[in-house]
Design a protein around this ligand. Sequence first.
Ligand code: GDP
Ligand code: IMO
Ligand code: MG
Length: 433
Amino acid sequence: MPATVILGAQWGDEGKGKLVDRMAEQATWVARFQGGNNAGHTVVLGEQVLKFHLLPSGITRKECHLVLGDGMVIDPWVLDKELTDWQASTGEDPRGDRLFISERSHIILPYHRYMDSLDTKIGTTGRGIGPTYADKINRIGLRFGDVAEVLGDDVWLTTTVDRMNASLDAAGSSDRVSMESMANDLQWIHETYTSSIGNTGLMLDNALKLGEHVILEGAQGCLLDIDQGTYPFVTSSVTSRGNASHGAGIHPGHVEDVVGITKAYITRVGHGAMPTELNDEVGEHMGTIGHEFGTTTGRPRRCGWFDAVVMRHAQRINGFTGLALTKLDVLGGLDELKICVAYELDGKEITELPSTASAIARCKPIYISMPGFPELPLSEWLAMALYANESRKGISVLPTAAQHYIAKLEAIVGVPCTSVGVGPDRDATIDCV
Ligand code: GDP
Ligand code: IMO
Ligand code: MG
C-alpha cells in the first residue's frame, strides 16, 4: 500500500492528532517528518485525553511502528517525559521495539531553548525550534546519529560550548552553557536513545516495498510553512506535502493520498495577521465551545470564520486529494455562518493570499453568508456520528444547513470532504460516503 500524508491546511491545531489516530487503525507505520515539540496533537479516547508533542499520534495503535523522521528537531528531554508518561499509563517502553528516531534528525539542546526564549516578535512556542533549525541550515547542528561520534571529543565540546555562549552573550541572554553540563547531556542522550536511533527512511521504504501502509503525520499547518506561510510569522520548517516524503526519507512516488485537515472555522496562536479574526461574541463562541487553547503552551487561540483564500492557497501548495473537516459541531448555535471568499486589499478585490505580512494585515474579508444549525450536546453529535458510520448514511444524517455548509466549502476549495469531525472523541467523526 502507498503512503498517506495528513497535513494541517490552516495555522495548525486543525485536529491532526485525532485524524492520525483514527486512520492509523489501517496503518502499520506512522512517521512525523518535520517540526518538533512545538506541535501538540490531541487524541481523545472516551474519558482519556492524550496529548502528544513528539510521539506520533499512531502510538495509540499497538500494531503501529513509529518514526521520528529525518526532518524533525527533537528535544530529548521532552521525548523522555512523553515516553515516561506513556510507560506509566500503558506499561510499554516502545524505544527500539516499535519507536525509531532518525539518525539524521536534529537535537534541541538547552542552548536552543535559551535562544528561543528571547523571542518577542513571532510569538513562538519557546521550545527551541527556530534556533535548532537555524543551526541545521548553518551546518553546525547536532544530529542523533552524530552523538556517538562527538562523545569524548574535547575539541568539539570546547568549540561548541564557546560558540553557544558567544551567541547567547551577543543576543543579550544571561543564560550560559557549561562544558560539564553539555558533556553530561551528550552521555545521557547516548545512553537513553542508542537502541532506537536508526536509518528510519530505509525502514519506511522497506515497509512500503512490502506493501505496508505508512501514514506521514504533519505538524503545524500550511500557513505556518517557512516558504509558503505568512512569513515571518511562521514556524521554521516546510510543513507541506513537498516535504512529507522528503522529511521522512522516502521518495514522493510512494505518496497517494494527501488529506488536508481544516476546521469548519479558523484559529491561530502566536503573532501575525489573520484576516477573518473575530473579536466579538461569535469569536468567543468558537473559543469557548471549541476549547480553543494551545495544546503546547495553553495560550488562547484566536478564532475567525472559515477563510477560503487561505484554503485555496493550501490547496495549490498541497494538492489535497481529500479534505477532513473538523469541529463542525462548534458552529452549532450560530444563526448565520460566514465564509470568506476573497479579500479587499487597498480598494481592490483579491482572491490570492498576499506574500507580505503588512499586506495580509491590511486585507479585509469579503464574506458570503449561509444559515446556521442548532447547537447540540457532544453526546448527541457522537451518537449521530456512530449512526452515520454504522448505517453508511454519511453526512446525510447532519442538519440540512450543515450539509449545505459542507457542500459550499467543497465547491469553493474544489476538493471533496472525506470526513467530518463533530466532537473531540475518536469516534465523533463521520466518514463521507
Ligand atoms: P492538532 O495540533 O492538529 O493535532 O490539533 P490539537 O490537538 O492541537 O487541537 C485540536 C483540538 O480540537 C483538540 O482539543 C481536539 O481534541 C479537538 N477536536 C478535534 N476534532 C474535533 C471536532 O471535530 N470537534 C471538536 N469539538 N473538537 C475536536
Ligand atoms: P500543531 O502541530 C499552532 C506557531 C507558534 C508561532 C509560530 C512559530 O499542534 O498544529 P515555533 O515555536 O514553531 O517557532 O513558533 O508557529 N506554532 C503553532 N501553532 N499549532 C502548532 O502545531 C504550532 N507550532 C508552532 O504559535 O506562532
Ligand atoms: Mg496542536
